[in-house]
Write a protein of this length. Structure first.
Length: 95
């Protein structure tokens, strides 16, 4: 499986990438290598392979999610660099 320069340029446009002529040829070669590798993987017989849901068989042991008061309101505001009565003041993020 291989691709042509027009397809690479279309992919680059969609990904908002720009290549010069030499880099374009290098990327085309790399993309074709990747596509050849994927085609090779598709030929593998995976009929006896169980679907992989997680990379490992480990199971996380999590604590119960219970609300706890670990710090009171005044202690939380005490070290705030900027505050407005009972609230934290933060820099404006949205216009």
């Amino acid at each position: 499986m291989s691709t042509d320069l027009a397809t690479l340029r279309q992919l680059a446009h969609l990904a908002r990438l720009e290549f010069d002529a030499t880099k374009e040829q290098e990327m085309l070669g790399d993309l074709n290598k990747i596509l050849d590798w994927v085609a090779e993987l598709r030929e593998l017989d995976t009929t006896d392979v169980e679907p992989l849901v997680h990379l490992s068989q480990e199971i996380n042991v999590l604590r119960p999610d219970e609300a706890q008061n670990t710090i009171n309101h005044q202690d939380g505001l005490r070290n705030a660099p900027r505050k407005d009565s009972d609230y934290f003041r933060v820099p404006k993020v949205l216009e």
